[in-house]
Design a protein around this ligand. Structure first.
Ligand code: C2E
Ligand code: MG
Ligand code: MG
Length: 709
């Protein structure tokens, strides 16, 4: 209440007092004239810890003395009038600093009302908020991820430095506060911009969606992006995006993967990777119903390289062989190194025929001459093969079967391939039974020989006989060599059997020779038999005992004999040739020796394998192969005989193509020696002395009319 003239000062003060009591904050009235307090309310008394009476008369500047207060009261003293509203700090009775909002306004002409509103709670909350904010900012900055916060409209609310760093955002772009420009930068810097924008649109439409994906940046970085909705008062108010640079981690993963799944020496996949790939290929094969093949390739006599040339050279050989093999495989085939000198090949898809073709290519590339540090040598390998699913449905089964087939190749003389025989595996007992029966047959003299005529193309004369082993077992009946020879080769029993065949065939040839038939006899020789230390001596001995002129004995060898340990083979063949024995290569074309390779050996004759004759004359590829063999062997001065000739068409084709001789059911199957003699007709003139050793007199070859015209 304003003081009216004539009313006492006390009454006026009491009036002001009552007015001040109604105010919600500490307040006091100051007389402008002396700038002293005229009245104060309870709140003010409480604030300053003084009674009303003590406050009245106090200088206004003593209660609130900030520079602003001082300036205000100074201006007042100079007659200026105005008001003041600002935040200030006052000292309370208990010595606290009180943050307050203080206002000074004029009341009438002679007084000013000072009011203090306590702001300490607000101040406290603000400080709290500020420290929270700075904590948040520090947290944001300390995370290894880039963080971006946007509102529902995509406007940028916050981000950290790592975000700018990952995206390579330039500082000036960030300082422009141009959200559009920042978003455009992001779009420009992902590899698939269209996909990025589409994903963004989807996320913006679904405010509550949590999502994570990977972005590939043009810089080559791979960034993982995770986004979560941001809530304000239970309502989605925007999104938090976090970006994690995975580039280094992925590169490290790749390095670890490479180490885990590859062989340190050759860099080829290892056994673990083979198992992994097997799983993939097996699932695909089950769906497509197409088989695939596993090959186990083992180098022959690799230890000798390590022992004689050192492990460094050994390592380089493995590297070189790995590269050669890789070079002859299809892109999706897998070559792995699974042991010291053992490799595995997963051919997918592949049936037995395709696997065989690959095995031939592998044998061929491995057998190419090596030249390392001035040392020249030839390496060979033995290959075992197993098929999925017929031979096994797990990698372990397939590897086991392929390995056992590979061991079979090793036993039979190495440098060859063999497909796992499910039958032999499935029925080991019958294998053992056959082996036992064979041994009995040899001691009980149940083996016998048949002779199949070899006929000269030009005039139909019988010019030779191939000795073929026959066996009738009392329990098993007639067992074909196709069945028992592989078992004998497997067990090594082929050595005594082969020896028996050699002596019997030579004995028969000597008998014929004595009776005036100068009929050369061809004897099949297995690789294992050929590799026996005393094989050449044995041949010489058998010839000497029988009195057969050596040129009437022909040994039929397989290509694997030549390629395996070529140097040793060359020595033996040289010694046999020296004896005067003829040498031929049986089943030619099924191995992998080239004719140029054969040139090194004293080979007289090649036998074109039955499988190439079979398709003549209509099968173009058979015809082509046969012509090629004939042309090249003519150039090398070797004779050629075709085996398995069953039709006149085949014979005519071979005759026209320049083949020297043939053998086959068209003329005669293998027959016993008496029947063979009947085919020959009477001898021209018997040799006088039964044990005569001397040159063949010739002229005993009989001309026979061909059965079919
Ligand atoms: P091979 O040495 O290639 O012998 C030729 C095989 O073809 C013989 O089968 C023969 O009877 C058969 N053959 C001959 N002409 C024809 C024809 O026109 N059509 C058909 N389809 N087949 C014909 P065999 O006697 O069953 O011998 C099979 C294999 O067993 C021989 O193949 C040879 O590798 C081996 N073998 C036979 N006897 C001996 C032996 O005394 N020692 C060794 N180590 N292996 C032998
Ligand atoms: Mg033969
Ligand atoms: Mg043959």
């Amino acid at each position: 209440m304003p003081a009216k003239p004539g009313v006492s000062a006390d009454a006026a003060a009491a009036g002001w007092q009552a007015l001040l009591h109604g105010l919600p904050h500490a307040a006091w009235l100051v007389a402008l004239a002396d700038q002293r307090v005229v009245a104060a309310n309870d709140s003010a008394a409480q604030l300053f810890g003084r009674s009303h009476a003590e406050l009245v008369g106090e200088s206004a500047l003593l209660l609130a003395a900030s520079p602003e207060d001082m300036a205000f009261w100074d201006a007042c003293a100079h007659g200026e009038r105005g008001s003041l509203l600002s935040d200030t700090v006052v000292a309370t009775a208990d010595g606290r600093q009180l943050h307050a909002s203080r206002s000074i306004g004029l009341v009438g002409e002679h007084h000013a009302l000072v009011m203090l509103r306590d702001r300490s709670a607000e101040e406290c909350a603000e400080r709290e908020r500020e420290s929270l904010l700075s904590e948040l900012q520090a947290t944001l900055e300390s995370t290894a991820d880039g963080i971006l916060v946007t509102d529902l409209f995509g406007r940028i609310r916050a981000f950290n430095r790592r975000f700018a760093q990952i995206w390579g955002l330039p500082l000036d772009l960030l300082q422009q506060h141009d959200d559009q420009a920042v978003h455009a930068w992001l779009v420009d810097h992902v590899v698939d911009s269209a996909d990025y924008q589409q994903r963004l649109a989807t996320l913006n439409e679904a405010a509550l969606l949590h999502a994570s994906d990977r972005l590939r940046l043009r810089s080559g970085q791979v960034v993982e992006r995770v986004t979560r909705p941001l809530f304000d008062d239970g309502q989605a108010s925007g999104r938090v995006w976090s970006f994690r640079d995975l580039t280094e981690r992925l590169a490290a993963d790749e390095r670890i993967e490479a180490l885990t799944y590859s062989d340190a020496l050759t860099g080829l996949p290892n056994r673990r990777r083979l198992g992994q790939r097997f799983g993939e290929v097996a699932s695909a094969a089950k769906l497509s119903n197409r088989p695939f093949a596993l090959l186990v390739v083992d180098l022959d006599h690799f230890r000798q390289i390590n022992d004689s040339l050192g492990h460094d050279v050994g390592d380089r050989v493995l590297l070189d062989v790995g590269q050669r093999m890789q070079g002859c495989l299809r892109e999706h085939d897998l070559l792995a190194r699974i042991g010291g000198d053992q490799f595995a090949v997963l051919l997918s898809p592949a049936d037995g025929i395709a696997a065989e073709a690959s095995a031939r290519r592998l044998l061929n590339v491995v057998a190419q001459p090596c030249n390392l540090d001035g040392a020249q040598f030839t390496l060979t390998c033995s290959i075992g093969m197993a098929l999925f699913p017929s031979h096994g449905s797990s990698i372990d089964d397939l590897v086991r079967h392929a390995e056992s087939a590979m061991r079979g190749v090793k036993q039979a003389g190495r440098a060859n391939f063999r497909l796992h025989q499910a039958r032999a595996e499935g029925d080991r007992r019958s294998h053992m039974r056959l082996d036992h029966a064979m041994r009995q047959a040899l001691v009980s003299n149940r083996f016998r020989l048949h002779f199949q005529p070899q006929v000269r193309m030009s005039d139909g004369a019988i010019v030779g006989a191939e000795a073929l082993l026959r066996w009738r077992d009392p329990e098993l009946g007639e067992v074909s060599p196709g069945r028992f020879i592989p078992v004998a080769e497997d067990t090594g029993f082929i050595v005594p059997i082969g020896d028996w065949v050699l002596s019997q065939a030579v004995r028969q040839a000597a008998l014929w020779h004595q009776r005036g038939y100068a009929m050369p006899v061809a004897v099949n020789v297995s690789a294992l038999q050929f590799q026996q230390a005393h094989f050449v001596d044995r041949v010489a001995n058998v010839l000497a005992v029988s009195g057969l002129p050596p040129h009437l004995l022909e040994l039929e060898l397989t290509e694997s004999i030549l390629v395996h340990d070529a140097a040793d083979a060359l020595l033996r063949l040289g010694a046999l040739a020296q004896l005067g024995v003829k040498l031929s290569i049986d089943d030619f074309g099924t191995g992998y020796s080239s004719l140029a390779y054969l040139k090194r050996f004293p080979i007289h004759k090649l036998k074109i394998d039955r499988s190439f004759v079979c398709g003549l004359p209509t099968d173009d590829s058979d015809a082509g192969i046969v012509r090629a063999i004939l042309q090249m062997s003519q150039a090398l001065g070797m004779k050629v005989i075709a085996e398995g000739v069953e039709t006149e068409g085949q014979r005519q084709f071979l005759l026209d193509a320049g083949c020297d001789e043939f053998q086959g059911f068209l003329f005669s199957p293998g027959v016993d020696s008496l029947s063979f003699e009947r085919l020959l007709g009477p001898p021209r003139e018997p040799v006088a002395a039964p044990s005569a050793i001397g040159p063949d007199r010739g002229g005993s070859q009989r001309r026979i009319r061909l059965v079919r015209g």
